[in-house]
Design a protein around this ligand. Structure first.
Ligand SMILES: Cc1cc2nc3c(=O)[nH]c(=O)nc-3n(C[C@H](O)[C@H](O)[C@H](O)COP(=O)(O)OP(=O)(O)OC[C@H]3O[C@@H](n4cnc5c(N)ncnc54)[C@H](O)[C@@H]3O)c2cc1C
Length: 466
């Protein structure tokens, strides 16, 4: 019997994996393969954190596949060329894979389809990364949504797919050559210094079960308080497919069924966050130009400032705005940043420093373990006021009042900025009096928020007038 190939990409799990399920259902031996990318542009778009998390997750995947009599084959290079070699070496009759939502991934899939047609083998792509294919959520006139709220209303209404069973056996044929499991040095990256979440499917399932039993019922009250563990912390697991979105959704709705009315309201808000993820997949799918340009054409060509010394202060958490610096330091220390802080720091870069959102987008992609092209681009354009949805340019968050609202006791700030441990948290909520530093070694604010806010309004207005 000729074998079939399952090409692992961003679906590094054996449970509820659409393409793996179908590959195994063919009743033929399955060759699971992962192709390490060359990622020519990798140093702008990824970094040690995510690649390290990927390596750990591949090790876990290889172990899990063994429990199904499978063996992970690792290759490196251009994916289609490596798959061609694997087909020729093994006589495989088909390739199964889950589709990627990103333009780079889609271009690879198009080349793979051409290759399979040439080789005369079957090529099966499946939807897996989201609950709904972007083309399944359209306006009544069949057009893509450009605004989140009506999108999410329609998204919520459409029936969700059920989880799929784990394959019983893969029976990978022996003797297929494989590279060793990779380490970050494969991409010439150093081992990360950030404290990352534990990689792998099992650790991710544990996080998912914890989030469902302990977090989502109190989500609405705690999700905007970064000092609390009030969010699910599943973004890196969804990013690499260590958990399935169908399984997560099923568990969340089951928890909702037996929850109190107030917990149900919370869980509904959580589900709407999952819809944001799919909204941004849809935006990237229908409007791929957002990777290079502003979604809103009014704002293409805005006169951003040159990123100088202040960009470095922002990256290193040294702007003198405690809430901004705490967020940037959390990112450097953990490869994660709380959502509220992503908004505050992104608005600070674009609306206070007037630096191009694309530079911030790339910095985040280099550090975030959950770096997701669609959500990151969407979040950055939303914050810059250039994106889909109703976050117009004149919505400019004030870092001082954001602190009073979301970190009133300064717990989050003190956690990430040890120099400020003994400072009265009220002092984090307004510019320092008489230009007196908050603590030795902590800088004064690098700008005046009100002045820069007015400047932003003028920049946007002038640009529109042109
Ligand atoms: C500037 C900026 C950049 C961002 N970059 C990324 C990124 O690279 N990768 C990423 O996964 N998310 C990104 N987000 C969205 C959001 O900040 C993270 O998904 C969230 O902080 C992850 O933590 P969590 O898993 O605890 O989220 P929870 O609050 O528990 O939410 C559950 C899940 O819903 C999804 N989600 C929640 N909020 C959003 C949102 N606003 N947009 C899209 N999906 C959402 C995520 O998959 C998340 O894991 C970004 C937001 C902003 C403002």
């Amino acid at each position: 019997m000729p074998p079939v190939i399952h090409w692992f990409r961003r679906d590094l799990r054996i449970a509820d994996n659409t393409a793996l399920h179908h590959a195994a259902s063919e009743g033929m031996p399955v060759i699971p393969v992962y192709v390490l990318s060359n990622w020519i542009h990798s140093h702008h778009w990824t970094g040690a954190n995510r690649q390290y998390f990927l390596c750990g997750s591949l090790t876990s995947l290889a172990n899990n596949l063994e429990t199904l009599s499978g063996r992970l084959i690792v290759r490196a290079g251009e994916a289609v060329e490596e798959l061609r070699k694997l087909v020729e070496q093994t006589g495989a009759a088909a390739i199964h894979f889950n589709r990627d939502p990103d333009p780079f991934g889609k271009a690879t899939e198009a080349r793979l389809a051409v290759l399979c047609a040439k080789l005369g083998i079957a090529c099966h792509g499946y939807d897996d990364v989201a609950l709904h294919n972007p083309a399944a959520v359209l306006t009544q006139t069949g057009n893509p949504y450009k605004v989140y709220t009506p999108y999410s209303r329609n998204w919520l209404f459409i029936e969700k797919p059920a989880p799929l069973p784990k394959p019983k056996s893969l029976s990978t044929p022996p003797g297929i050559s494989s590279l060793p499991l990779p380490s970050v040095s494969h991409w010439e990256l150093d081992t990360p210094i950030a404290e990352l979440s534990e990689p792998g499917e099992r650790a991710a399932r544990t996080r998912m079960d914890r989030a469902v039993s302990e977090i989502i019922s109190g989500y609405s009250a705690r999700r905007d308080l970064p000092a609390e563990n009030g969010t699910s912390r599943l973004s890196q697991d969804l990013r690499l497919g260590l958990i399935s979105i169908r399984t997560l959704y099923r568990k969340v709705t089951e928890a909702r069924a037996s929850a109190s009315p107030s917990a149900q309201t919370s869980i509904d808000i959580y589900i709407k966050e999952l819809a944001w993820r799919e909204f941004y997949f849809a935006i990237l799918n229908h409007f791929p130009h957002v990777l290079d340009h502003e979604f809103n054409p009014n704002w293409v060509g805005l006169p951003w400032y040159e990123p100088g010394e202040k960009f470095e202060l922002w990256k290193n958490g040294r702007t003198g705005f405690p809430i901004v610096d705490a967020g940037m330091r959390q990112l450097l220390a953990t490869g994660f940043m709380h959502n509220r802080l992503r908004m505050i720091t992104a608005m600070f870069l674009t609306k206070d420093l007037h630096i191009d959102w694309k530079l911030g987008e790339s910095h985040f992609m280099q550090h975030l373990t959950d770096g997701e092209i669609a959500s990151n681009n969407g979040g950055w354009q939303w914050s810059a006021g250039t994106g889909a949805d109703a976050a117009p340019y004149f919505r400019i968050q004030n870092p001082w009042s954001q602190t009073a609202k979301h970190d009133p006791d300064g717990k989050y700030i003190k956690r990430w900025i040890p120099e400020l441990a003994k400072v009265d948290p009220k002092r984090f909520q307004a510019p320092p009096d008489n230009n007196r530093p908050l603590a030795d070694g902590y800088p004064l604010p690098c700008l005046d928020h009100k002045t820069e806010r007015d400047r932003t309004l003028a920049i946007f207005k002038n640009h529109r007038a042109k």
